[in-house]
Design a protein around this ligand. Sequence first.
Ligand code: FAD
Ligand code: EPU
Length: 338
Amino acid sequence: MEIKENHFLKPHHTFGIPAYSRFFTEVHSVEELQQALADPLLEKHPYLILGGGSNVLFQNDYPGMVIKVSIMGREVLEVTPETVRLKVNAGEDWDQLVEYCVENNWGGLENLSLIPGNVGTSPMQNIGAYGVELKDCFQELEALEISNGKIRTFNKKECRFGYRDSFFKKEGKGKYIILSVTFNLTANHHKVNTRYGQLEEELKTMGIHKPGITHIRQAVCNVRRSKLPDPALIGNAGSFFKNPVVSFQKFRELNAAYPEMVAYPDGKDIKLAAGWLIEKAGWKGYREGDAGVHYKQALVIVNYGNASGKDLLSLANKIQKSVHEKFGVELEAEVNIV
Ligand code: FAD
Ligand code: EPU
């Protein structure tokens, strides 16, 4: 395990910010991870666990050690005529996993195609897209408990998954490092999920009437490519904010003023489309130097080249304030601000 000093972080995250970390190491095994955590440098410096860097915003250079988790490998634990159990280590790329599953005709993850990032991070915010969330195929995960170095298994209930949320973002925050995730997939007779409006429309455009998992993956990739900026070309971290959940009463008030408002039921509450709120508040396509709001998806804050973390955060704060003033709704960041 090599520890580098003053390491350039731009290649390790998707916002394109030219931040440096005081120290940096990449770990390829649990032993290397334990070794990094035991390093005397951490007596004086903080550390940050990093996966694919697609959901972080560096405000400044990082004053401590960035530990990039690159523990690779996957193992098929069990195959029955109906199901497959697959254990995947944290450092594996998420979309490569989805591609591998679809190629093997294992169903469940296809709606989550093209989400950047690593497998080990996927439970953190219970990644979700196009009608499916990680929890729908999740069996268990293994995590290193930082305080005692023990490896602990968490079942689905213990992970307390919610919308863009889990135990690891709440009580478990900063206490565990996820090492592997085990998935329950379907082996045959897949029940595909086409409920998401835009997915259904795309399948129609593709001329597909009885979609299989390969079609779903293709349709999701098409929709995503049509509206989300590619981080390889324009820095971004996907949705900057979560879609806010409001009471039914609050929704009724808003809906009376804005009957065209986009909203979805969420238990007894209502989830609003933050992209719609931001667009309606006039921010879509807005640009301030190199910090901007994407012209096709107002929920995505972008770095056109040389924006700093502070520039992006300042724009995010202005959007929050403006949406609050116009609608009385709080937008909470989805991105992890470091
Ligand atoms: P990182 O950015 O590296 O880390 C995120 C957080 O997790 C940090 O706080 C980090 O400290 C912590 N962390 C990382 N690894 C571990 C670990 N092994 N154990 C414990 N903590 C860890 N998300 C969705 O849910 N749905 C989408 O549709 C979606 N679309 C996106 C589209 C684009 C273009 C982009 C750029 C992002 C999108 N995202 C989406 C957000 C992002 O891809 C996910 O949140 C992804 O799971 C982040 O993974 P990562 O490995 O890059 O995480
Ligand atoms: N909308 C607008 N203007 C915009 C953007 C959206 O009016 O600029 C409205 C549209 O009417 C659209 C609705 O909002 O029908 C929802 O938009 P979209 O389908 O693009 O989804 P989203 O709610 O903006 C969420 C996730 C995405 C995920 C998609 C697809 C959150 C915070 N974001 O976006 O996840 O890919 O649904 O399921 O829940 C991410 O988390 O980084 C991410 C990209």
